[in-house]
Design a binder for this molecule. Structure first.
Ligand code: NAD
Ligand code: ZN
Ligand code: ZN
Length: 358
């Protein structure tokens, strides 16, 4: 979308009074600062909606995108952002279930094919023909974002835009990872990394009836975890967390690793009890090494978990609407994005930063 010649506004857009250009934070080159640019407002096509973005959470994935960290690179130039929420201001032809004024969010799963074996089997996040918001297509670090009407998810009335935004990635991802972990109520689970994802993971875990060990290398993040209900906390800088968890609670049924460092994955694995599951969620661009002998003898499963389906997202939003999960948020302006990225990289952010449009 960025850099394209602007078309004439469609009838719908004239009706809803949408402006012709908008502000967006744009990645032009990996590892360079994002630039705030004036770009054309995208035009809705068939099956699409245009969303006036009110708020967008800043996920560590956006930092990976801006750095080109992963084997599959994002498009450039790129408008990042996959926790964008706002109001529908225009609907394309063939859109019947959404109307102008609806409150929706645009998650990482921007679209999927709808007919492959994964889409048909309720595993749409594995679709090989998916698009990803703020990665393969432009996302929500902007005044407006285009979306596929079938893949946006409505926000419950009782949830504010700012509170809803992080649920569209941090919330749904950790809720789904806990499901993948397969623990039963009353079981112990470990959450590795109490950042944007981890601090909501603690809350989903408590709401799902688990006992929770929180692990992070920053003491203030462990304090946040405790205030959110974590039963035990451990800083791996002080003691090997895998050993601590085996000693204190006999290991965990599910160990959810959201940290962005390789050593955390090793410790998360060692924290698992016999028959339990280590769920990889964080995405450092490194190898995860696991011992074959222990994996076999202890019947430990290692699973990857990638975001969540639209149905997972509806469920994750409902927890937040009922007040069982509340994101710890600081707001910032779009123009502050480079400072926010630097703080995120340095581990200085406690909770989630949400960009708010005036
Ligand atoms: P974040 O930076 O907010 O949180 C990461 C946390 O890990 C920080 O609190 C940091 O202090 C902590 N940490 C660092 N080293 C640690 C260690 N050795 N042990 C324990 N904790 C440690 O990032 P985020 O937005 O929560 O994202 C986390 C990761 O998850 C990123 O790699 C992101 O790309 C990935 N992600 C994956 C999915 C998915 O679907 N699998 C979805 C969203 C994000
Ligand atoms: Zn994300
Ligand atoms: Zn598909």
């Amino acid at each position: 979308m960025t850099g394209q010649v602007m078309n004439n506004p469609s009838e719908e857009e004239k009706v809803s009074g949408v402006q012709e250009t908008m502000k967006a934070a744009v990645v032009n080159q990996f590892h360079e600062d994002l630039r705030i640019e004036e770009v054309p407002v995208p035009q809705v096509g068939a099956g699409q909606v245009l969303v006036k973005i009110k708020a967008c959470g800043v996920c560590h994935t956006d930092l990976h995108a801006a750095h080109g960290d992963w084997p599959v690179k994002p498009k450039l130039p790129l408008i990042p952002g996959h926790e964008g929420v706002g109001e529908v201001t225009a609907t394309g032809t063939n859109v019947t279930h959404l109307q102008v004024g609806d409150r929706v969010g645009i998650p990482w799963l921007y679209s999927a094919c709808g007919y492959c074996e994964y889409c048909l089997d309720g595993k749409e996040t594995l679709c090989k023909d998916q698009q990803n918001a703020g990665y393969s297509v432009d996302g929500s670090y902007a005044d407006y974002c285009l979306a596929e009407a079938d893949y946006v998810v409505k926000i419950p009335d009782s949830l504010s835009y700012v509170d809803a935004a992080p649920i569209f990635c941090a919330g749904v991802t950790t809720y789904k990872a806990l499901k993948v972990g397969g623990a039963k109520p009353g079981d112990w689970v470990a959450i590795y990394g109490i950042g944007g994802l981890g601090h909501v993971a603690v809350q989903y875990a408590k709401a799902m009836g688990y006992n929770v060990v929180a692990v992070d290398t920053f003491d203030e993040k462990l304090e946040l975890a405790e205030s959110l209900g974590a039963d035990k906390v451990i800083n791996p800088k002080k003691e090997d967390s895998g050993e601590f968890i085996q000693r204190e609670v006999g290991g965990v049924q599910a160990s959810i690793c959201t940290a962005v460092t390789k050593p955390a994955f090793g410790e998360a694995y060692r924290a698992v009890k016999r028959g339990g599951t280590c769920v990889a969620v964080g995405l450092p661009p490194e190898m995860m090494e696991i011992p074959i002998f222990d994996t076999v003898l202890n019947a430990v499963s290692v699973a990857g978990s990638i975001v969540g389906t639209r149905k997972d997202l509806q469920e994750a939003l409902q927890f937040a609407a009922e007040g069982k999960v509340q994101t710890h948020i600081e707001t910032a302006k779009l123009s502050e994005i480079n400072r926010v990225f630097a703080d995120l990289e340095a581990g200085k952010i406690n909770g989630r930063i949400v960009l708010v449009n005036e």
